[in-house]
Design a protein around this ligand. Sequence first.
Ligand code: FES
Length: 74
Amino acid sequence: MYVCICHGVTEKDIQKAAKNGANSLQDVKQITGASTGCGSCADMALEVLLEAQPKPTPDFLQIIQSGLNIQTQV
Ligand code: FES
């Protein structure tokens, strides 16, 4: 599916950029060219990027939650 009509950028192009380290809309712009024309695709490009980000592992979530518990006990 095309995300950016101006530059012919697809959902897969953005997913590939995310896999290669893109973690912001600015990264997607630089790597794919999406959202560098009319800009109307910015929200969709960001949504695809966020969905393509690696999900934290349960262990990572536990570390974050235990860190939050420590902060609330101080
Ligand atoms: S549709 Fe992406 S910049 Fe225009």
